[in-house]
Design a binder for this molecule. Structure first.
Ligand code: ACO
Length: 214
């Protein structure tokens, strides 16, 4: 069963789901070893709670009411990325900074607000399905529902930073186009000259993808 919006009394269950299925498993988190399965991550949890509070997220629950998938969607306003970059400088977690500075820099360079003449963008920030429920089309369903939510809420731009091949496949299928593709093997760490991210196969690139809704 797919539920929108996610009620506040389910926020803890969503975070628990992410600790076991997303924080350690998303391709970039995994390759830098951001955290172990089951462990919390204060910055990622804050990021998730703030996103939930935008009230645009979708979840999947099984027959016993357990959260088995989420699409955490939030609003990006003009200037948010500049603020986030400043905040990132104050943090200590090197691995978290590595991932988010790349994402923020790419988003800043795209300047979606100017490009599409909007003041806010609907962003799918976290797409996650329980390990035991993958490969059954659940992420696809939650993503489709998220696009509906965005359209009904009047957003013009639906955006995702798709870090792996499965989210890219889903996005393409649902009509998103790629604005920019960053191949991980070409994104080098200036200190070592080596790729900054070497995610597990079959993930090879990050794609910032959008769908225009009006
Ligand atoms: N091997 C091969 N193909 C796969 C696999 C796999 N292990 N898993 C999914 N796919 C393919 C499917 O075949 C399908 O493609 P198709 O329509 O051509 O058949 C497509 O990917 C989507 O499949 P779904 O069943 O809808 O995806 P699922 O419910 O399994 O969830 C997800 C996919 C969310 C990426 C899941 O694997 C996951 O939680 N991974 C860890 C977190 C993550 O990486 N999230 C995405 C990062 S980007 C972001 O969060 C914004």
């Amino acid at each position: 069963e797919y539920i929108y919006p996610i009620p506040e009394d389910k926020y803890n269950d969503v975070i628990e789901h992410l600790r076991y299925n997303f924080f350690a498993d998303e391709p970039l988190n995994k390759c830098v070893g951001l955290c172990e399965a089951g462990c919390g991550h204060s910055e990622l949890e804050l990021h998730s709670i703030l996103t939930l509070q935008d009230n645009l997220s979708v979840m999947a629950v099984n027959g016993t009411g357990q959260v088995v998938g989420v699409a955490l969607n939030g609003i990006q306003h003009e200037g948010d990325v500049d603020e986030a970059i400043k905040k990132l400088e104050t943090l200590n977690d090197k691995k978290f900074k590595q991932i988010f500075s790349m994402l923020y820099d790419l988003n800043q360079s795209l300047n979606l607000f100017k490009r599409y003449d909007v003041t806010s963008v609907f962003e799918c920030r976290i797409l996650s399905v329980d390990n035991n429920y993958r490969g059954r089309g659940m992420a696809n369903e939650m993503f489709k529902l998220s696009i509906d939510v965005a359209a009904k809420a009047g957003f013009k731009v639906f955006k995702v930073d798709a870090t792996g091949v499965f989210s890219q496949k889903i996005s393409e299928k649902l009509g998103l186009e790629t604005l920019i593709e960053l191949e991980y093997r070409k994104h080098l760490d200036s200190a070592t000259g080596l790729p900054m991210f070497s995610p597990p196969s079959p993930h090879t690139s990050l794609k910032v993808m959008v769908k225009i809704l009006q």
